[in-house]
Each structure stands twice: as structure tokens, then as C-alpha cells.
Ligand binder design. Structure first.
Ligand code: IPD
Ligand code: CA
Ligand code: CA
Length: 273
């Protein structure tokens, strides 16, 4: 984790978030190495909660609580804890659980900071690739020490998009929406990916690796940090009804400035919820 050693000037909030992510990452990396020995309990089909997951959340919670005792929390495992201030940490301690449990090195820790109803900071750390994505409202988006910018691709025919493939826990309507979205998007684009960690899908849009991304259903902790990253990297976001209630609707469409409208025109009519 080279970034801990570098003298980078990040805001106090981002420092606290990065330190919590780095601390939790050490355990996750260790556990990933022993993934076959992990004791795994099943929360529901396709949605595993591992020991690693809970340990990581506990570390993040303790670190953030120590640094800002009055802030609230919204955590995947621990749920909602009201704070005494308008600030809430929104945490996914291990995003990409299925990848993790299958030994696929594509997962991340995601920590967002909300002030009132607005997301103001986000940190997404991929400990295997040692990629730290972070952003704060008005301060730009970064990967390690490099400023991030969404891609400049203008044409669907050259665009690489990310989305999700429904699985056992999803209903027939969600599966039908997915299939319809494939029908309208596939004929026009350079490629589609399903990497399996929503936070990194956002981060990759911010980094210009993906030209756009859409998905539903998602939870606030899948999206909170990523929203700040995409916006601060110059990307556009909306929910899959075309509004801005991304966390409330559990849906996202994100893209660069050129492909945002074309992608919306294709994908939004598919989603009726
Ligand atoms: C999942 C991942 C995945 C997304 C799922 C999420 P988890 O989070 O972000 O990419 O498609 O909807 O639940 O369970 O690995 O934290
Ligand atoms: Ca998640
Ligand atoms: Ca998770």
C-alpha cells in the first residue's frame, strides 16, 4: 500500500476515509489469500456474507467512529446508525463478494460521506491492484495521485459500457429488463462488461476505462462513493427513471458527456419501475 507512505495532501475527511480503507484492506487481502478456508455463511442466493466482510466493516466502523464520533452510519452489514450531525458514512466493506469468494481479484472497499442528502466525498480502494480512487465535491477525482477525467469517446460504436447480469435472487421483471437492454445496446457498441463490483464500475467510468455504466437494483452503499467520483471526473449521472434520486431508486446510469444522452435514450425506455 504505497499511498500511505506518500505525502499527498488530501482533506481531513478523505484522510480519515483512506486510512480506514487501508486498515480494513490488510485483513481483506490476507483473507483473500486464504479464501478457500474462509467460513462462509449464506445470506441468500448469490449474496454471501463472509467473515472477511464483517471484520472489514468492523474495522472501518471503529476507525471512522474514533475520528468523527458524532457522524451517523449506513452500512451493508450493520445497517443504519443515527448520528448527532448531518453527516453519514455510507459503507460497503467488501463490494464484489462473489468475485472475492471465487478467488477473482476484483473487489473493493467503498466509503462515501453524505451531508444531508448530498454525497460529498467518496473513497473506493481496490487492494489487490492497489488502486485508490477518491474524490471530494469541488476537489476533483483521483486515482492514487493522478487526476481523473472521464473518457472523451463520442461514438457508441467505440464505447465500452459496464452493466450487471441478473442472477437467482432477481425477479422475472429484472431479467426481462436486462434482456431488453441487451437487445437495444449490443448492436451499437464496441463492448459490454460485467465485472461484478458496482463501486469499481463507477470508478472505472471516472477513470475513463468504461465510457458508461448502468445497473439496477443496487443499494446505497454500492453507489455512494462512486457517485462523487463520476461527477468529479466530469461524468454525468441519473437514475433509471431519468431523475436524480439515484440512492432512493437504487438505480444508476453514468456516462461521459458525449454518450450520456445517447445511452439514456437507449436504456431508459427499457426500465419501468
Ligand atoms: C454487489 C456488486 C455487484 C452488483 C450487485 C451488488 P456485493 O455487491 O456490487 O456488482 O451487481 O448488485 O450487490 O454484494 O458484492 O457487496
Ligand atoms: Ca456491494
Ligand atoms: Ca458488500
Amino acid at each position: 500500500m504505497v499511498h500511505q507512505l506518500r505525502l499527498v495532501s488530501r482533506s481531513p475527511h478523505l484522510n480519515v476515509m483512506c486510512n480506514a480503507a487501508f486498515k480494513a484492506a490488510r485483513g481483506l487481502v490476507r483473507d483473500f489469500g486464504e479464501v478457500e478456508q474462509l467460513q462462509v455463511s449464506r445470506k441468500g442466493p448469490g449474496d454471501f456474507v463472509s467473515t472477511a466482510d464483517k471484520k472489514a466493516e468492523d474495522i472501518i466502523y471503529k476507525e471512522l467512529k474514533k475520528a468523527r464520533p458524532s457522524y451517523g452510519f449506513l452500512m451493508e452489514e450493520g445497517g443504519k446508525i443515527e448520528g448527532e450531525e448531518e453527516y453519514t458514512w455510507i459503507i460497503d466493506p467488501l463490494d464484489g463478494t462473489s468475485n472475492f469468494l471465487h478467488g477473482i481479484p476484483h473487489f473493493a472497499i467503498s466509503i462515501g460521506l453524505q451531508k444531508g442528502s448530498e454525497m460529498i466525498a467518496g473513497v473506493i480502494y481496490d487492494p489487490i491492484k492497489d488502486e485508490l480512487f477518491y474524490a471530494e465535491k469541488g476537489g476533483g477525482a483521483f486515482l492514487n495521485d493522478r487526476r481523473l477525467r472521464v473518457s472523451g469517446r463520442q461514438h457508441m460504436s467505440e464505447a465500452l459500457f459496464s452493466t450487471a447480469i441478473p442472477f437467482a435472487m432477481h425477479d422475472a421483471k429484472t431479467r426481462a429488463e436486462f434482456q431488453k437492454s441487451m437487445d437495444v445496446v449490443i448492436p451499437l457498441v464496441a463492448g459490454l462488461r460485467r465485472f461484478g463490483a458496482a463501486s469499481l464500475d463507477f470508478a472505472y467510468v471516472a477513470a475513463g476505462r468504461f465510457d458508461g455504466y448502468w445497473e439496477r437494483p443496487l443499494q446505497p452503499w454500492d453507489m455512494a462513493a462512486g457517485l462523487v467520483l463520476v461527477r468529479e471526473a466530469g461524468g454525468y449521472v441519473c437514475d433509471l427513471q431519468g431523475g436524480d434520486d439515484i440512492l432512493g431508486t437504487g438505480s444508476i446510469l453514468a456516462a461521459n458527456a458525449f454518450l450520456y444522452q445517447p445511452l439514456k435514450d437507449l436504456v431508459l425506455p427499457v426500465y419501468k419501475f
